[in-house]
Ligand binder design. Structure first.
Ligand SMILES: CC(C)(COP(=O)(O)OP(=O)(O)OC[C@H]1O[C@@H](n2cnc3c(N)ncnc32)[C@H](O)[C@@H]1OP(=O)(O)O)[C@@H](O)C(=O)NCCC(=O)NCCS
Length: 217
């Protein structure tokens, strides 16, 4: 059974709020993504207009390792990973999604099943009280709005299903593409500040969105 054939559910309220966000990102005359969870082979998946957000499968691991070994993709997030590190990260991501109600999920393109990367909500050491929305795509899939589309879903999920009061996004200040995603989502600039990752200091740019601001979009 294909994903599109799978029987799913959606809530009208979630669809309305998610469409409001993604309306900024995409084409006004398109139906826009909405929160929907379906089941394929017993796994929860979430879908947007063009994407399927789901746990990692073994068949993703080669493509995940390839993007994690690309110095350009990993430039602002700790540098390239080995195959073993990449596999371990995917396993950790799947475990977190299973045990908590947030985390990253793999991003698959619905049209052809291509594995694009991953994104989702995470808890980071610098602001542990506030979840962050994040994204990492293979370079071949930059420039199509996929990260913004997936992230819009995660904002809708965080505010409507998890009832979070605020969601942050944090990146290295020179990571302009990441900051552009934050702006596209309608997040608000908070500050630049020095943070530490793996014992190294970096200048970070922090954006955020409150639940109240999300409702106003
Ligand atoms: C950060 C990252 C995900 C951004 O990728 P991206 O492709 O620039 O962002 P999106 O997927 O939202 O695509 C936006 C681009 O697609 C274009 N686009 C095309 N179709 C679009 C559509 N339907 N909707 C929205 N944008 C669309 C936009 O105009 C924009 O183009 P531009 O870059 O020329 O301005 C990517 O650079 C990446 O994976 N970097 C490495 C990992 C990383 O640093 N992650 C962040 C850690 S904090």
């Amino acid at each position: 059974m294909s994903t599109r054939e799978a029987v799913g559910w959606e809530t009208p309220a979630a669809r309305a709020t998610s469409s409001k966000v993604t309306g900024r990102l995409c084409c006004a005359d398109s139906p826009g993504p909405f929160i929907v969870a379906v089941y394929r082979l017993g796994e929860t998946m979430r879908t947007t207009e063009r994407l399927i957000l789901r746990p990692f499968q073994d068949t993703d691991l080669e493509a995940w390792a390839a993007l994690n070994s690309d110095p350009e993709v990993m430039r602002y997030i700790g540098g390239p990973l080995t195959r073993a590190e990449s596999d371990r990260e995917a396993a950790g991501i799947n475990q977190q999604w299973k045990t908590e109600r947030f985390g990253f999920l793999a991003i698959e393109r619905a049209a052809d099943g291509a594995f694009l990367g991953a994104g989702g909500l995470s808890r980071e050491q610098w602001y542990p009280e506030t979840l962050e929305v994040g994204w990492r795509l293979d370079r071949a899939y930059w420039g199509h709005g996929y990260a913004s589309e997936a992230a819009a879903h995660w904002l809708a999920y965080g505010f409507t299903e998890l009832q979070l009061p605020r969601i942050n996004s944090v990146t290295d200040t020179p990571n302009e593409r990441s900051i552009a995603v934050m702006r596209r989502l309608g997040m608000t600039f908070e500050r630049t500040t020095d943070l530490e990752f793996d014992g190294e200091s970096f200048n970070a740019t922090v954006y955020s969105m409150t639940a109240e601001a999300f409702r106003m979009i």
